[in-house]
Design a protein around this ligand. Structure first.
Ligand code: ZN
Length: 428
């Protein structure tokens, strides 16, 4: 079955991508690095940009990256087809004065980032990763190997642990990373050493904790793929693979765009988040180069699409009652179209029809997701960008289990199928 082997190749490549992307900053950089390797030009937002027609470009803003391909014959009214996703995942972020400790242990002071399943972070080897702003003005990426661990209290010392584990968000979440005296240790020195810089030169840092274990395929027929940060690197990676593939078909009727935003887990409100101006800032410059004025740019937007891709929930066999009683997407049965009456997802009838068309072109079967009325629905970047730019938006993704766990579970075939639909979407 060639489709299976292609899906497993895709999953192995995703494992590489996740390993190279322990923080949003690394993910944005990895997107740019891979694209530059296949001939994309990296642009600087502070510089003048070259003629857009016929080019392929990528720009990184903090932990976000936007990449696009402009057909040689693109006009001022050529629509964009944007695949949106996010580079951040729930977890922990280093606090200021991060080196702490007690009773002979070295610990790291961390703040909770987004809404992680706290218990899933227990008893795993963890990396520290992010960016360092240095005294000489440089900003460098840094990532350690396995360094930290959040050890669970033994059952002998907490006989009630299996009756409902409660972790205090402050006192229960501070990982250990060594033995010794906190006065004479510095966790930032570990990060600095990993980047080959001097800790004394650090003026600022954004550093998060990530699972050190690599993504892996397992289960009957190797159908499962478990990894940290599938939410939402699975979508970023699918879009990246599709964009690289689409870049070589120059006669596209649309401008394919990959928009990988940061800060979705916090609500997207930042200069690199989906609620910020990043995408619009890029599109304004692309269309200006194509000779668009404000009116023609609006005409292009009016025929454009945003495929907002983020993970969704597969039905869980032990908790099926938490799902809608009828609509129960299953991991391994295709990407999902997300629907919510209250616009927590932007999908509407027109979007559903467009999605069905792209799936048909790709030869991919798709499923639907809708919440149980008694369980509040999550949200994602789709409704935010639709509100911000007025571009028609469809919310989609792959079904997973263990969302917001340190290690989530996806279906190998879904990961590959999402990238195939993305490829059809980019073709117009
Ligand atoms: Zn997400």
């Amino acid at each position: 079955m060639p489709a299976v082997s292609a899906a497993h190749t895709h999953a192995a490549d995703l494992a590489d991508f996740v390993a190279a992307s322990p923080s949003s900053y690394h993910a944005a950089e990895e997107v740019a690095r891979r694209l530059e390797e296949v001939g994309f030009t990296r642009l600087d937002e502070t510089a003048e940009w070259p003629e857009q027609a016929g080019g392929r470009f990528v720009v990184v803003r903090d932990g976000a990256a936007i990449a696009w391909v402009v057909p040689a014959d693109a006009a001022a009214t050529t629509p964009v087809h944007v695949l949106g996703a996010h580079t951040d995942s729930p977890g922990f972020k280093l606090k200021p004065q991060p080196t702490t400790g007690s009773r002979g242990w070295l610990q790291a002071a961390v703040e909770v980032y987004g809404g992680p399943l706290l218990n899933s972070w227990l008893d795993r080897e963890l990396r520290l990763a992010g960016r360092l702003a240095l005294a000489d003005g440089r900003v460098v990426l840094a990532a350690t190997g396995p360094l930290l661990r959040l050890p669970q209290l033994a059952i002998h010392l907490d006989r009630g642990a299996n009756d409902g584990l409660a972790l205090d968000k402050q006192t229960g979440t501070q990982p250990v990373w060594g033995l010794g005296d906190a006065e004479s240790a510095d966790i930032l020195a570990e990060l600095a050493a990993s980047a080959g810089v001097d800790a004394a030169d650090i003026r600022g840092f954004d550093a998060v904790v990530a699972d050190a274990a690599r993504g892996a395929v397992f289960g009957k027929d190797d159908a499962f793929f478990a990894s940290g940060r599938l939410d939402d690197l699975a979508s970023v990676h699918a879009g990246l693979v599709a964009l690289i593939d689409a870049a070589d078909s120059a006669d596209s009727a649309v401008i394919p765009v990959l928009a990988a935003f940061d800060h979705e887990e916090l609500g997207s409100e930042s200069r690199s988040g989906a609620a910020g101006p990043f995408l619009e800032d890029v599109l304004v410059r692309v269309y200006a180069s194509l000779g668009a004025d404000a009116t023609t740019q609006r005409r292009a937007f009016a025929s454009s699409w945003h495929l907002s891709s983020d993970v969704g929930h597969s039905v869980h066999p032990n908790y099926a009652h938490r799902h809608d009683p009828v609509v129960q997407p299953l991991l391994g049965s295709g990407p999902i179209l997300k629907i919510n009456a209250n616009q927590r997802y932007a999908t509407d009838a027109v979007g559903a029809a467009a999605w069905a068309g792209w799936c048909e072109t790709a030869g991919v079967r798709s499923q639907e997701f809708v919440s149980n009325n008694a369980v509040p629905c999550g949200s994602t970047i789709g409704p935010i960008t639709a509100t911000r730019l007025g571009i028609r938006t469809v919310d989609v993704g792959i079904p997973i289990l263990s969302m917001h766990s340190a290690r989530e579970l996806a279906g190998v075939s879904d990961l590959y199928d999402l990238s195939r639909v993305a490829r059809a979407f980019f073709a117009g």
